[in-house]
Design a binder for this molecule. Structure first.
Ligand SMILES: NC(=O)c1ccc[n+]([C@@H]2O[C@H](COP(=O)([O-])OP(=O)(O)OC[C@H]3O[C@@H](n4cnc5c(N)ncnc54)[C@H](OP(=O)(O)O)[C@@H]3O)[C@@H](O)[C@H]2O)c1
Length: 310
């Protein structure tokens, strides 16, 4: 049975692999077990487990504010983790590595919908300068190891993710967990909700459970050097998302938009036709309302013991 080491195994995407249906043997690793920025001990970890495959999910991840406030850490920590994983996978004979980029890697000025060939065509949006460049170098390093040494290292590009076990920190989380927590707490306290921006930004969202299934699908069906977009390409405004979540939470107060807060890029729709051509069906993506309802059920059950709160 092939063995897969999943880095970032305690995160939003990684934790899905705890209960996923697969014939592979899975080893999940979080940062408390191994700091991947440290080369020697990461080497010991990989030597101990001898995986056939690595799904590399570990990353320093955050929303617009985290990316700006900690721009050097987002570049430095991610670059160190990625470099260590790729070099060790190569030197220790790991057969395949699947790493995640993000639609943040795309240039600020691009042709929409975003196609994989545009990734290096100009600077990314300033709000994700460090993170996006680290992810771009993950693409460069994966391709270079393939070109020079024949490594089967592939990269996938998700858009905005959400699901159970997200980070619910209000300053540093992504848009869906932040909105969900705010509505939940406002309902408990009978207060109004203040949301960042004006709600007009457009985003695509992919359920973490769908992404985990797609990653297993790519292990079987994708061996090319170029990154592949993997997200659900349905666009929603942040206002629409807020209204759906308000309904799911049964929040009846007022929503106030704080336009002094950062909003990031206006839109960044992506093109997932390469994934669809491989055989992944659009209908396989979970309906957004259903996925948000499942996610909120998990939040309500686990609140206040959520990442980013405790
Ligand atoms: N979330 C999104 O919207 C999104 C969008 C596009 C792409 N992505 C990419 O998808 C992947 C998974 O993201 P996610 O949302 O699941 O992230 P997440 O929930 O923030 O989880 C990050 C994971 O990385 C681990 N990690 C962080 N620093 C580490 C270190 N120094 N050493 C070892 N492990 C470390 C964390 O471990 P601990 O929790 O144990 O500290 C955690 O398991 C990442 O590569 C991310 O860049 C995410």
């Amino acid at each position: 049975m092939p063995k897969i080491l999943v880095t970032g195994g305690t995160g939003l995407v990684g934790s899905i692999f705890k209960n996923i249906n697969t014939t592979h043997e899975l080893v999940l690793v979080g940062s408390s077990e191994q700091d991947l920025r440290d080369y020697p001990s990461t080497r010991t970890l990989i030597t101990k487990h001898r995986p056939d495959i690595i799904i590399h999910l570990a990353a320093k991840v955050g929303g617009v504010k985290g990316n700006s406030d900690c721009v050097a850490d987002f570049y430095g920590d991610n670059t160190r983790m990625n470099t260590n994983i790729l070099l060790l996978a190569h030197s220790l004979g790991v057969k395949k590595v699947l790493s995640l980029l993000s639609t943040c890697v795309y240039p600020d000025s691009a042709t929409y919908p975003l196609t994989e060939d545009q990734i290096h065509n100009g600077p990314p949006h300033p709000s994700s300068y460090g993170y996006a460049h680290a992810k771009r170098m993950l693409d460069v390093h994966s391709r270079a190891l393939r070109q020079q040494y024949g490594c089967n290292f592939i990269t996938a590009v998700p858009n905005n993710l959400f699901g159970p076990n997200d980070n619910y920190d209000l300053e540093y989380s992504h848009v869906i967990p932040a909105i969900m927590r705010k509505f939940h707490e406002a309902k408990l306290k009978n207060e109004n909700v203040i949301l960042w921006g004006d709600g007009s930004s457009l985003r695509e969202f992919t359920y973490s459970k769908d992404l985990a299934e797609i990653l297993l699908f790519l292990l079987e069906h994708y061996d090319e050097p170029e990154p592949i977009n993997v997200g659900n390409t349905q666009e929603y405004s942040i206002k629409e998302i807020a209204e759906i979540i308000a309904e799911i939470v049964d929040f009846n107060g007022e929503i106030v938009w704080d336009t002094s807060k950062p909003m990031g890029q206006h839109r960044k729709p992506s093109n997932n036709s390469k994934l669809i051509e491989l055989g992944w069906r659009r209908e396989n993506y979970t309906d957004l309302r259903k996925a948000l309802t499942e996610t909120y059920k998990w939040v309500r059950l686990n609140y206040p013991n959520l990442r980013g709160i405790t």
